[in-house]
Write a protein that binds this ligand. Sequence first.
Ligand code: COA
Length: 258
Amino acid sequence: MENILIEKQDAIAIVTINRPTKLNALNKATIQELNDAFKSLNEDKSVKAIIVIGSGEKAFVAGADISEFANFSVKEGGKLAAEGQRLLFDFVQNLSTPVIAAVNGFALGGGLELAMSCHFRVASDNAKMGLPEVTLGVIPGYGGTQRLAQLVGKGRAMEMIMTAGMIDAETAKNYGLVNHVVAQAELLDFTKGIATKITKNSSVAIAKAIQAVNANYTDGVNGYQIEIENFGFCFGTEDFKEGTTAFLEKRKAEFPGK
Ligand code: COA
């Protein structure tokens, strides 16, 4: 991988987007590498949580790589959005393994869209977030118009998209866009702490919960029905047997992840 780094620490994988001289902007190659990485980490049963972060101290991701699409036609523009959503943004949102964005600086355009595709977000106190696409004469194309409105509400999303302004980490927390704000030096350890808690729980149940929560945001799908199906599914898993047995035996569960 040329543009990303993957490090495993116990049951946690840390994916670092590593183009610091371009503020980790997402070019085509990086999107493909991220797809490959998420796919293989999701298949690796020893990985129970994934953290995504940008390299350096300045940026999480400063957007899609503008130099790559500046000369695109209408058709190429549409394809760029469709391919990106398929390979990365929808892919991450629907991953069975929990993905946490550690937003360590600028998260703009595709960068904020990537953070919003993750299951939740933690930010450093220097982070700045926005969707500046209209300053380039285009709109967010990696799910930003949909996910920002889901996370912060329609009015705030409209204002952020129309003004192209950046919000700071505290405002993002007030908006519900990020769950926590911590000092930059503590960001990774703090996020790893949350990830570690996740890794102790049933990965099978977590995967089913992700699917059920996402169902609420999927057209034509009845989330309550998915919840009923996934709830029932859990009763047939080894994790359920272990979780309930451990509770009754007054010990900590050791989930097999099956
Ligand atoms: N695509 C391609 N390259 C980008 C980029 C992007 N989205 N964002 C930053 N870069 C590059 C810059 O071109 C520059 O490269 P260079 O040194 O080869 O000229 C390098 O990253 C550093 O960026 P620079 O603009 O010099 O840093 P800054 O501290 O002055 O400003 C930002 C930081 C984030 C405010 C500014 O880079 C910016 O506005 N980036 C674009 C944000 C954007 O519109 N994203 C949405 C894209 S759809």
